[in-house]
Design a binder for this molecule. Structure first.
Ligand SMILES: Cc1cc2nc3c(=O)[nH]c(=O)nc-3n(C[C@H](O)[C@H](O)[C@H](O)COP(=O)(O)OP(=O)(O)OC[C@H]3O[C@@H](n4cnc5c(N)ncnc54)[C@H](O)[C@@H]3O)c2cc1C
Ligand code: FES
Length: 259
């Protein structure tokens, strides 16, 4: 798929809470071509530090705009959060593979999204694409205060179920245990599974999906250098050998991963 390098103007930059920010960018070519699950690679300044672009998922796209949703964790995201409306960012995208999803009529019986922490970022875009499919979304966080995007998922027509490690909201325990419970309930089994979140969560989702023969697509995060498939810095093990998260991924089938 073709990608574009743009000077994207910041149209909105909003602190959602704590270290979490949502940013809207003018990026017509990327907005037109983006698939849910793809990402952009951002250069946050013109200097040498930080030298490398940083990958951030496409959180939404429409008209000439795209959205990103990010957590400030280090230098690049800190610089990004200081950028004001009207500033421009050098961005490259859309990059990587997206999630695969069918047309509304063929959706059966019910897709499940599993989001841990910042894993909500690409899954909101997917939820929009799946609108009308009676999607169930399971959102996991350590505590109630750290839950993200529940309202946005509801707005996209999803049934939202929550898991918190401390039980301060919803199911007490891991979001993967909530998934297991849901799949054990009587009645038609919801599927396929789409998941994004921390590695231990994705491994648990892989085991749950594979043990039941349920198709699952996982969006992986690895440290990236080039972001365009050239340096092999982001490989993961699959049944077909090493694959690059930035090029063949970030979305992989659970049945293909050997971790
Ligand atoms: C395909 C992809 C999509 C992503 N989408 C999002 C998103 O939508 N929103 C978001 O907030 N973040 C996302 N990330 C992670 C994001 O790229 C990093 O948080 C960011 O690069 C950190 O840059 P920094 O300079 O602020 O922090 P750094 O100083 O580079 O890192 C700070 C800390 O974060 C860890 N870290 C950095 N990059 C990664 C990574 N790729 N995977 C795991 N840990 C990492 C470092 O080990 C370190 O502990 C995504 C990563 C990938 C690979
Ligand atoms: S980051 Fe260079 S190949 Fe993926």
């Amino acid at each position: 798929m073709k990608n574009f390098q743009l000077q994207a103007k910041i149209l909105a930059q909003t602190r959602i809470k704590d270290n979490y920010w949502r940013c809207e960018l003018s990026a017509p070519q990327i907005a037109k071509n983006a698939l849910a699950g793809q990402f952009i690679n951002i250069r946050v300044n013109d200097g040498l530090d930080p030298l490398l672009r940083r990958p951030l998922s496409i959180h939404g796209a429409g008209g000439s705009k795209i959205k990103i949703f990010y957590k400030v964790v280090g230098k690049a995201t800190e610089i990004l959060a200081q950028k004001k409306v009207g500033a421009t960012l050098d961005i490259l995208g859309p990059l990587g593979s997206g999630f695969t999803y069918s047309q509304p009529a063929a959706r059966s019986p019910q897709p499940i999204l599993v989001a841990g922490g910042m894993g909500v970022a690409p899954l909101i875009f997917l939820a929009e694409k799946l609108r009308g499919a009676k999607t169930i979304v399971l959102i996991g966080a350590k505590t109630k205060d750290q839950l993200l995007c529940a309202r946005e998922f509801k707005k996209s027509g999803c049934a939202v179920k929550i898991a918190t490690d401390d039980g301060s909201s919803g199911f007490k325990g891991r979001v993967s245990d909530l998934l297991k419970n849901l799949l054990s309930a009587p009645g038609p089994r919801p599927q396929p599974i789409y998941a994004c979140g921390p590695k231990p969560m994705l491994r648990a989702v892989t085991d749950i999906a594979n043990a039941r023969g349920i198709p699952a697509q996982l969006s992986l995060e690895e440290h990236m250098s080039c972001g365009i498939g050239a340096c092999l810095g982001c490989v993961v093990r699959t049944k077909d050998g090493l694959k690059r998260v930035c090029k063949e991924g970030p979305v992989f089938l659970a049945k293909d991963l050997t971790w």
